[in-house]
Design a protein around this ligand. Structure first.
Ligand SMILES: [Zn+2]
Length: 111
């Protein structure tokens, strides 16, 4: 896996691929400077991602993208949300060539 970051077009393609994978539809995807969050999702299907997510590694981007898209199916951060997120990311990792889980757990809210 490449850790080189993504340009905006590549990032949007990643979001689109994850939306297909998770079976959700996005209405609008905005990429802008965000201080406190890596991303957010509205109930209307609008997603916002932080500009500096583009400089993060592929796996980190995948975590945040999958997290926000999953919110279009399910709100909150309950046990089911976390379990589904872990499962879809584990499958994705396998498809990427079985790269091990690096243990990083980016939350949508920055620490
Ligand atoms: Zn969240």
């Amino acid at each position: 896996m490449s850790d080189a970051g993504a340009d905006e077009a590549q990032f949007r393609a990643e979001v689109a691929a994850w939306a297909r994978r998770l079976g959700v539809e996005t209405r609008r995807v905005t990429i802008r400077a965000m201080r406190r969050k890596w991303g957010s999702a509205s109930s209307a299907g609008r997603l916002t991602f932080a500009t500096d997510l583009l400089t993060q590694p592929l796996e980190f981007r995948a975590e945040v993208i999958a997290h926000e898209l999953l919110h279009l199916r399910r709100g909150g951060h309950g046990k089911v949300f976390e379990a589904v997120l872990r499962a879809v990311l584990a499958r994705w990792r396998e498809e990427q060539g079985g790269a091990p889980d690096d243990g990083r757990r980016p939350a949508e809210t920055r620490g």
